[in-house]
Ligand binder design. Sequence first.
Ligand code: NAP
Length: 279
Amino acid sequence: MIGLGAMGLGMARNLAKAGYLTAVYNRTAAKTAEFKVAACQSPEALAAEVDIVLICVSADQDVLNIVEAIALTINPGSIVVDLSTVSSATAKKAAACLAEKQVAFLDAPVSGGVEGAKNGTLVMMAGGDAGALEKARPVLEAMAARIIHMGAIGSGQAAKAVNQVMCAGINQAVTEALAFAQAQGLAMDKVIDVISGGAAGNWFLHHRGLTMTQGTFAPGFKLALHHKDLKICQEIAAQAGVSIPLTAMTVADYEWLMAEGYGDEDISALYRLKTHTHL
Ligand code: NAP
């Protein structure tokens, strides 16, 4: 496992529990200390030792740097699975680089938040060779409750982009509605409880509703990372000639919050803008 951030740490713990974890690498080495497996000094060192390399790092260039490094040492016949959220174009570049080494690549971004990573209940949308996915599936099932093969390389990331556009809209709806509730002086715990059980109930309201109304915005999912995803979504939309105004609004809101220093907070920090009370 390469990358022990908010997501990768939970995933690695579940891999260890299932007996699949044999080696870890993290840029900040201290995060590897809890694991009783080989703590590698570099991605290259890790790739030489394993059959399946899992990657979960921040953004496109990070994934490409790691893929270029592991391509130097990885054994032919291995499988590389990228769990990060990046563009389909990056997935295709990574796959092409590894194909030269007879190594299969799967783009397999996930959804379900840090809670899903911790509990092994993520959903995974995978692109790439179906045979490679079947080989990797037992390992991936240690982290994900549902794994759907979307199609060719890049189609996992294309599906994840849909998820990110939807999350932007949900974030706008939930933060705005809760600010509206607060302005009416309602008991926020009761509002969240009752609405969660009805037609407007959703994951984000359930997991982030109370904390945002209490002014707590620990990630979770860093706002700057969702911003990175939405910029990818805007490029796809422009190419496809589709209008995604909720995404444009969210990008602008996030840029304002990032300029104010809130980029490392959870995406629920959008509540700051809606209420103007936590700014
Ligand atoms: P995070 O907590 O910020 O962790 C990022 C990880 O990537 C850390 O292990 C970091 O190492 C490593 N990293 C970053 N740049 C690197 C580089 N150039 N070389 C080597 N390692 C590098 O982020 P996260 O929330 O785990 O997210 C990871 C990926 O999953 C992102 O693509 C994100 O969009 C996606 N994702 C996140 C969520 C969520 O709810 N958080 C849900 C689904 C998908 P250091 O420890 O040294 O910083």
